[in-house]
Write a new protein. Structure first.
Length: 247
C-alpha cells in the first residue's frame, strides 16, 4: 500500500455538494472516504453512488449497525448493493449479530457478483467515560475501558469481522490480544504535529499511530479545514511514509 492509502477522510459536511467537492479535490491524496449517519440520513444512501461517480473508489460507510441479527443481516444486504468498501457494526450487539452481519455481507456479495465489504466492529465509543461504563452500563469496576474495548475486539475477531475501530490508546492492547496481523485497526483521534486538536481530547500523530500498529487513520479537520487540503493530506502521507522507517 502507498502511504496516502492509509488515510481515511471523513466527509463530515452537511451537503452532498460539499462532499462531492472534497472527493473531487482529494481523491488522489487519500485512500478512503468515510460517510456517516449524519450525511446519509440527510441525503439518502444513494449518496454513496454519487460519491463513487465523483471518484471515491473506496467508501467507508459508518453505519454503526446494532439490532437483532435478522435485521442487521437485511441492512447489510442493502449496503452491499450500494458497494461500500467497508461497513461498521456495534460489537455490543453480540457475537450472533456480528456473525449475521459478516455472513450477510459474504452471501449478498457472492450472489450479486459484487465485492464483499469489510465488516468492522465498533468497540467502546470514545465518548463513553469510565464513569458511564461502570455506573450506567454496569460493567464491573475491575474492567477498564481499555480492557473492555480489547475484549470486544476479540469478540469481533471470533465472529469473523475484518477489524475494529479503536482509539490510538487501545491499538497495542488489541494487537497483543488478536492472533492475526491481518486484523485491521482503524483509528480516529489523529492530529499531525502542530495542528489544532478541535474537540479531540487525547490525540496521537499519524506517525505514532502507525508505529503502534494502526492499519488506517481517520483524519478529518486537519485536512478538509486546512488552507490547502491537498498539501495537508500530502504532508500526512509523507509522515506515514517516515513512520515505516521507525517500525
Ligand atoms: O475531524 P476529525 O479528525 O476529528 O474527525 C474524526 C472523525 O472520526 C469524525 O468523523 C468522528 O466522528 C470520527 N470518530 C471519532 N472518534 C471516535 C469514533 C469516530 O473521532 N471514537
Amino acid at each position: 500500500m502507498r502511504p496516502h492509502e492509509h488515510i481515511i477522510l471523513p466527509l463530515d459536511v452537511p451537503t452532498v455538494q460539499r462532499a462531492i467537492e472534497l472527493v473531487d479535490l482529494l481523491k488522489d491524496d487519500v485512500g478512503v472516504f468515510k460517510v456517516g449517519l449524519e450525511l446519509t440520513n440527510a441525503t439518502g444512501l444513494e449518496t454513496l453512488a454519487l460519491l463513487r461517480q465523483a471518484g471515491a473508489d473506496r467508501i467507508f460507510y459508518d453505519a454503526k449497525l446494532h439490532d437483532i441479527p435478522n435485521t442487521v443481516a437485511g441492512a447489510m444486504r442493502g449496503i452491499v448493493r450500494q458497494r461500500a468498501w467497508c461497513v461498521t457494526v456495534h460489537t455490543l450487539g453480540g457475537k450472533n449479530m456480528l456473525k449475521a452481519a459478516v455472513d450477510a455481507a459474504k452471501q449478498e456479495a457472492e450472489e450479486r457478483g459484487l465485492p464483499r465489504p469489510l465488516v468492522l466492529g465498533v468497540t467502546v465509543l470514545t465518548s463513553i467515560s469510565e464513569n458511564e461504563l461502570h455506573n450506567e452500563l454496569k460493567v464491573p469496576t475491575s474492567i477498564s475501558v481499555q480492557s473492555y474495548a480489547t475484549h470486544l475486539a476479540r469478540l469481533a475477531f471470533e465472529a469473523g469481522c475484518d477489524g475494529v475501530i479503536a482509539s490510538p490508546h487501545e491499538i497495542q492492547a488489541i494487537r497483543a490480544a488478536i492472533p492475526s496481523s491481518d486484523f485491521l485497526i482503524i483509528t480516529p483521534g489523529i492530529r499531525p504535529a502542530g495542528s489544532t486538536r478541535g474537540d479531540q481530547a487525547r490525540v496521537h500523530t499519524p506517525a505514532e499511530a502507525m508505529v503502534r500498529g494502526a492499519s488506517y487513520l481517520v483524519i478529518g479537520r486537519p485536512i478538509y479545514a486546512a488552507e490547502d487540503p491537498k498539501a495537508a493530506a500530502q504532508n500526512i502521507a509523507h509522515e506515514i511514509e517516515g513512520a515505516w522507517d521507525l517500525v
